[in-house]
Write a protein of this length. Structure first.
Length: 322
């Protein structure tokens, strides 16, 4: 193992004592046994940061890395200390890294082994050496905790603390989204990623929700499976948001919507028209010229039927909205 010392006094200012700045670590710290947490009465502080930046997908997942992982840890303490990191991968046993000594105001870069999936690293900093080799091959956080707790019994109170680093090593794929319009809005897992056509890189493998929308059109939502190292393609057809204008007539009549011919209403059959929501001007012109044409305004509501009934009453032909 090669250890690199880098003067970097700013790390302690940016880091959080005992836990990295990763959101994932913060969410999980409450589930970690107390021997593996930052010790409240510790006489030293440790700051731990992954040696490389995580991939930042547009969907907002935190602490994601491509294989083999961050590559290294950058560790700093506020006083001379002995530092040992225990790497606990999702599969396989724990790996105990060689103990290194730190000096205040320096960052030590410690190589990390490659892993897959969810990975936890517990970095133990102490004022005297702590033998942690017994954690090698451990399969659970509890197993690692027992080793740290046993090693800490030989030290004075406050002589050690722990920094936790949590990340996931995953495969990434990409997504291409197109539609019958070139300006439809695309969201992936609720996050806006652009307008069609759009290519979305660096999505972690697994299912995502893809939403395509455009004003005046029905939104389309699909579940898409992202496969590592490949492109998933989605082609969406957006259809107008419409309501139904339903006209029934006792007489054969021609129908005009906004002065445009819309068809013929057959007695006993009627005519149903899909129309954009809103108020439309309707003209119903009977073929029998003895009866007057009817003019009225009709409100069409999305996904609803707006009926119009035209009938002969008392010798007159009238159209009304029921």
């Amino acid at each position: 193992m090669r250890v690199t010392r880098v003067p970097y006094p700013g790390l302690m200012k940016r880091g959080v004592s005992g836990v990295t700045g990763l959101v994932l670590a913060g969410l999980l710290s409450g589930c970690v046994p107390s021997p593996l947490r930052a010790q409240s009465g510790a006489q030293l502080r440790v700051s731990v940061q992954p040696g490389s930046r995580p991939v930042q997908p547009v969907t907002g997942e935190d602490a994601l890395y491509r294989a083999p992982g961050p590559g290294s840890l950058n560790v700093s303490t506020d006083r001379p200390a002995f530092v040992t990191s225990v790497v606990l991968p999702a599969q396989g046993g724990a790996v105990v890294l060689p103990t290194v000594q730190t000096r205040p105001g320096e960052v030590i870069s410690t190589p990390l082994p490659g892993t897959q999936g969810f990975t936890q690293v517990f970095t133990v900093a102490s004022l005297a050496p702590m033998p942690l080799e017994a954690a090698t091959g451990a399969r659970s956080v509890s197993d690692v905790s027992r080793v740290v707790e046993a090693a800490a019994r030989a030290l004075p109170a406050g002589a050690y603390t722990v920094g936790t680093t949590v990340y996931r090593v995953v495969r990434f794929g990409s997504l291409d989204v197109s539609s019958n319009f070139r300006d439809a809005l695309v969201r992936v897992n609720g996050s806006r990623v652009g307008t069609t056509p759009v290519a979305v890189p660096d999505l972690p493998e697994g299912q995502v929700s893809v939403e395509v929308s455009r004003s005046g059109y029905k939104t389309v939502t699909q579940r898409v499976n992202i496969v590592g190292d490949s492109v998933s393609r989605v082609d969406v057809t957006l259809r107008p948001i419409t309501g139904t204008l339903s006209v029934r007539s006792d007489l054969l009549a021609d129908l005009f919507v906004e002065r445009q011919g819309a068809g013929t209403v057959q007695p006993g059959v009627g005519l149903d028209l899909p129309l954009r929501p809103g108020v439309v001007a309707l003209n119903v012109v009977p073929r029998d010229r003895r009866f007057a044409a009817q003019n009225l305004l009709v409100r069409v509501t999305a996904d609803q039927v707006s009926p119009v009934i035209c009938e002969i009453q008392g010798g007159a032909y009238t159209c009304k909205l029921p």
